[in-house]
Ligand binder design. Structure first.
Ligand code: SF4
Length: 355
């Protein structure tokens, strides 16, 4: 997986003679790239910034899935609070390597690799296919279900994109394409636009869905250039963001989500039910209400996919059902996410109904 610095060291736009508008646009694009390049990648650095150095022995300071936290995300974590629900999502813990805790974890619990039809193109469900164009993210979530995904050999590259397009052309039942990763919004506007343009040429594709955590962890990526690019597409754009806790959505995130909404993009959220992060009624209700203020509807609440290294976040299914029942009693139906589990080989996500 390339580092943010590697991703952008060669791709920053060259300095040329620009108008004021161009300069403004270039500044907005370089702002998020520079934040990404300067993200915190050291566990001791992360603890130091939060005045939590004394907890270093409870962390893995050299994790295989490295530490990566943007400044925007770090700013939302409470200084001095080792139990902060945002910090728990990004701090590499010694539990990730604890044999007993991780014993039942696997590397591909949702059957991604079995669903791969060309390099980086996954066709699991009727009518939609998922394209993995990058393994890079703006943040490394410790519970990530793709933390062991072999991005090097199973991502769609400029060399293999034609294979994916040929498959999509041949499968006229596919009306929706999902850009996923990694995080597809980590690609700069030129790369994103090149992919979207090719997808637009396939007449039976009507919907572009973007799965991204970037509006939550690197909101400055939502630039005028990106909004214009998405707004100009003939495809209906649906953005499924990923927030797990209301504290993740503060004023900058809210402002950017509102801009996306104003640009005609349908906004949905998917969360993962995470032990000690959001596995209580108050946290889930606050999240749904905050999402609504940000023009975003709760879509899925996932049970944790059993990935090795993430099992310390696992909650139990019965208490998850009870939680959904409690929030259903307190919220309008449109603010209650669907509790789901992804089971490899199934025709769709599996809904977990109330007890
Ligand atoms: S942003 Fe998504 S893909 Fe990236 S580490 Fe987090 S959960 Fe995984």
């Amino acid at each position: 997986m390339p580092s943010p610095a590697e991703l952008f060291s060669k791709s920053l736009p060259p300095v040329t003679t620009h108008s004021v508008t161009d300069d403004h646009r270039d500044k907005a694009e370089s702002l998020w790239k520079s934040e990404l390049a300067n993200a915190t990648t050291s566990v001791s650095g992360l603890l130091g910034k939060l005045k939590l150095e004394q907890y270093i022995k409870h962390t893995d300071s050299q994790p295989d899935f490295r530490c990566l936290v943007t400044e925007s995300y770090l700013d939302k974590i409470e200084v001095g609070n080792i139990g902060d629900p945002l910090l728990l999502q990004v701090l590499p813990s010694t539990l990730e390597n604890d044999f007993a805790t991780q014993e039942n974890g696997t590397t591909d619990p949702v059957g991604d690799l079995d669903a791969q039809v060309t390099q980086g193109l996954l066709h699991k469900y009727h009518g939609r296919a998922l394209l993995i164009n990058t393994g890079a993210c703006a943040i490394h979530c410790r519970y990530c279900f793709r933390r062991a995904y072999p991005y090097q050999k199973s991502s769609c590259t400029s060399r293999t994109l034609n294979d994916a397009l040929t498959y999509l052309n041949d499968h006229t039942e596919i009306e929706e394409i999902i850009l996923s990763g990694g995080d597809p919004l980590i690609l700069d506007n030129d790369k994103l636009s090149a992919i979207i343009n090719k997808l637009e040429d396939i007449q039976h594709i009507q919907t572009l869905r973007i799965h991204t955590r970037i509006p939550v962890v690197l909101p400055n990526r939502i630039t005028t250039g990106l909004l214009q690019l998405l707004q100009a597409s003939r495809l209906q754009v649906v953005m499924v963001i990923h927030a797990n806790h209301a504290n993740e959505l503060q004023s900058n995130e809210s402002a950017k989500l509102r801009l996306l909404h104003q640009a005609g993009i349908i906004l949905l959220n998917q969360s993962v039910l995470l032990k000690n992060v959001n596995d209580n009624t108050d946290a889930l209700i606050a999240l749904s209400k905050r999402l609504f203020e940000c023009k975003t509807l709760p879509y899925y609440l996932h049970l944790l996919d059993p990935v090795k290294g993430t099992m310390h976040f696992k909650t139990n299914k019965i208490s998850a059902q009870a939680l959904i029942q409690k929030i259903t009693a307190q919220l309008p139906g449109y603010l209650v996410p669907k509790l789901v589990q992804e089971i490899a080989g199934s025709q769709s996500k599996t809904a977990i109904f109330h007890i």
